[in-house]
Design a protein around this ligand. Structure first.
Ligand code: HEM
Length: 468
């Protein structure tokens, strides 16, 4: 691969920084007129937000938030308070079928991407029937169709996002068929930046070498972990047009919030006990404060402090403060038996956003979900096998991960799953007896489907995808 100097102007904004968002629309489409699409696509390019522009937008948002006294750096990606700035951004990504439809038949060099997410559903542990090539995941029908691409449109309000969506649709017009669209929204008021179970999200991300300055405790990764053709990915045998691209994993993950709340309360016997057990499932309190620093009570000031809330490591084979099974320990077991040099090859950049309404009073009192809500999970990496798929299949779903932890941790209580399973059993949930097993009666996160996409660089969008 011939390599041009690295520039933020060449990378799409969601990959390295996350498009600022109060709301985000994912518009899934099929290309039905290739020539027309490629001709019209030239007019979409000025709308695509680069990492350089995103970085500028985020600085402006942070400065404004500081001036008007709003907490900075909330949420998964920079959340935009509608009163702060008007901003909207557009990114675009293509599935393997979409790329080959456009005529980019050289494979990007990632077997999982090439096959598509549906072929991975059984290995990821998504519920379904059959096995092997006849496995039918119980996904929403929209993800069982052939998807060629997705436009991500994020911004400060539904109005500004809808306006951009209209512009993209008008430009591409009949060259595409819109298959469906899904909207995610940052949760309201005190829950801004928190996912639907109530825990603050988007706190721990790797810093990318040459792009971010690591905060205390933050691990940094080589550029090639996120971007094709850079750093450790430079010597791979990939087509030139993949340079500065990244693979985007999209998953619609439904969350059963009242059911989890009820399980925690029934098991722990008091609200205080339920709060502690929930924090042990995650590895952080709802405020984001890590159990490794504050194991017995929440500390909202710590949760808010980006210079302190990642400054900890787990203690190898010791789960007195934070269980081995805790979601954040399963995902990045820093300080456990695996060396940092290994963990850094398997880090992902997360850019999700919650979807669906707040839990209603009747759902709260019945303990039963009646409205669809959850997380539109998005992450970027240069290898699905080393990134998302390993984290889901090899770590979250595996009871004996982290390795050499005793007693056996059990699956990740938030996202661990396996097909045709019996109830999951974890240890470490009870702070006063960490070897006592706990049987989890159900899942609280279910995959409704998704796809793997490739997010090309700006030069590739301009010079290869758009027709000259
Ligand atoms: C509905 C599903 C999910 C929920 C509710 C959820 C929630 C959370 C929360 C509350 C945190 C801690 C805050 C933070 O550090 O940002 C977190 C961290 C994280 N999650 Fe998830 N998550 C979900 C799905 C996933 C999936 C599918 C993956 C990947 C397979 C994943 C990977 C991670 C990673 C890598 C971290 C950072 C860990 C660290 O560095 O400490 N999450 N998640």
């Amino acid at each position: 691969m011939s390599v041009a100097p690295f520039s933020l102007a060449n990378v799409q904004g969601d990959v390295l920084f996350g498009l600022p968002k109060q709301t985000e629309k994912f518009l899934f489409f099929q290309i039905n007129d290739v020539d027309g699409f490629r001709t019209n696509f030239g007019n979409v390019i000025p709308l695509i937000t680069t990492a350089e522009q995103t970085s500028g937008n985020i600085s402006e948002i942070r400065q404004t938030k500081q001036r008007i006294g709003l907490a900075a750096n909330e949420g998964d990606g920079e959340t935009v308070h509608p009163a702060v700035v008007t901003v909207s951004g557009v990114n675009i990504a293509f599935s393997a079928k979409g790329l080959s439809k456009i005529g980019l038949v050289d494979e990007v060099g990632d077997p999982e991407f090439q096959k598509g997410q549906r072929a991975d559903a059984e290995e990821l542990g998504d519920e379904g029937t059959g096995s092997g090539s006849s496995y039918e995941p119980k996904w929403e029908s929209q993800f069982l169709q052939e998807i060629h691409g997705v436009a991500l449109i994020a911004g400060d309000s539904h109005e500004s996002v809808d306006e951009k969506v209209q512009s993209v649709k008008e430009i591409l017009s009949t060259t595409i068929t819109e298959l469906h669209s899904i909207t995610g929204d940052v949760r309201p008021d005190s829950q801004r930046g928190h996912e639907h179970f109530g825990y603050k999200d988007g706190i721990s991300q790797p810093a990318v070498d040459g792009v971010d300055t690591p905060k205390p405790g933050q691990m940094s990764v080589d550029q090639g972990t996120a971007l094709f053709g850079r750093g450790v990915d430079a010597n791979t045998d990939r087509p030139d047009w993949t340079l500065d691209g990244s693979i985007m994993v999209f998953r619609k993950l439904a969350q059963q919030v009242p059911e989890l709340d009820k399980f925690l309360l029934d098991t722990a016997g008091s609200q205080e006990g339920a709060d502690l057990m929930g924090a042990r499932f995650v590895g952080r309190w709802k405020s984001g404060a890590p159990l490794m620093i504050t194991p017995t009570a929440d500390d909202p000031a710590l949760g808010d402090d980006a210079s302190k809330n990642n400054d900890f490591r787990f203690v190898n084979n010791d789960q007195s403060k934070c269980p081995f099974h805790a979601h954040i320990r399963k995902m990045v077991p820093r300080g456990d038996s695996l060396p940092d040099s290994f963990l850094k090859q398997h880090m992902i950049l997360r850019r999700g956003i919650p979807y669906g309404p707040e839990v209603s009073e009747s759902e709260k009192s019945s303990g039963v979900t009646s409205q669809d809500r959850g997380l539109l999970f998005v992450c970027y990496q240069s290898s699905i096998d080393a990134g998302f798929k390993l984290l889901q299949q090899g770590w979250a779903n595996v009871a004996a991960f982290p390795p050499r932890a005793s007693p056996t941790p059990g699956q990740d209580p938030l996202i661990g799953q396996s097909t045709g399973e019996s109830p999951r059993i974890i240890t470490g949930a009870f702070a006063n007896d960490t070897s006592k097993p706990l049987t989890l009666l159900q899942h609280w996160v279910d995959s409704k489907g998704g796809e793997y996409f490739f997010t090309p660089s700006l030069p590739t969008l301009r010079d290869v995808i758009a027709k000259q």
